[in-house]
Design a protein around this ligand. Structure first.
Ligand SMILES: [Fe+2]
Ligand SMILES: [Fe+2]
Length: 198
């Protein structure tokens, strides 16, 4: 199928727009988190923003490589979430879930049907990343909302992202005993939780 006549070309443009916007919203959230002295959360949002921009670049490059038109008209609904962290972390987690389970799998199927196997594979792989994003945002969103970012039911390892000091306790120190930076610098372990494997 001619790429310029394909639905896949439009879907790549839609994906590009969505990824750029997610990258922008996550940067807004990163700034909000910093204002709230949540350095780890801010850094996490920056990393997610970087991931989204990498997805945007991938889609952009496909359009440049395979397409001939310089301007693509798209019509789609895009979210305008408030960057307030108490609602936006969980709101964004649901957007990620919809991308992971509905949007990108359907884009992949269309690309496959239209004969663009490489693009279909990329959509599938991006969907897997978005599922991880969903889990991270849901986990952090629930902790943030319930004010339990630095409290657990069992002894947990808390590590300062600035100086590397580690302490095992149910609740993390309010200021680092070694470098004296605030609690927001403590790393939330996203690897060990069932809800946020990444
Ligand atoms: Fe993405
Ligand atoms: Fe994402």
């Amino acid at each position: 199928m001619d790429f310029n006549e394909s639905v896949t070309k439009i879907n790549l443009a839609r994906g590009f727009a969505a990824e750029c916007q997610a990258g922008a919203r996550y940067q807004f959230m990163s700034k909000m988190a910093l204002k709230d002295n949540q350095k780890f959360l801010s850094d996490t949002m920056k990393t997610l923003a970087k991931n989204e921009m990498a997805h945007a670049k991938l889609f952009y490059d496909y359009i440049i490589e395979k397409g001939s038109s310089k301007n693509i008209a798209i019509e789609a609904g895009y979210p305008f979430e408030s960057p307030e962290l108490k609602t936006s972390l969980l709101g964004e987690s649901m957007i990620e879930l919809s991308e992971a389970k509905n949007i990108y799998p359907s884009f992949a199927k269309i690309a496959q049907d239209e004969g663009f196997t490489d693009i279909a594979k990329s959509f599938e792989m991006v969907a897997r990343v978005e599922e991880t994003h969903h889990k991270i945002l849901k986990y952090l969103g629930n902790l943030y909302k319930s004010h339990t970012m630095y409290k657990r039911n069992k002894p947990t390892k808390w590590k300062c992202s600035n100086c590397g000091f580690v302490e095992i306790a149910k609740e993390s120190y309010k200021t680092c005993p070694l470098c004296h930076l605030e609690q927001g610098y403590v790393i939330i372990n996203l690897e060990d939780t069932d809800e946020a494997k990444c």
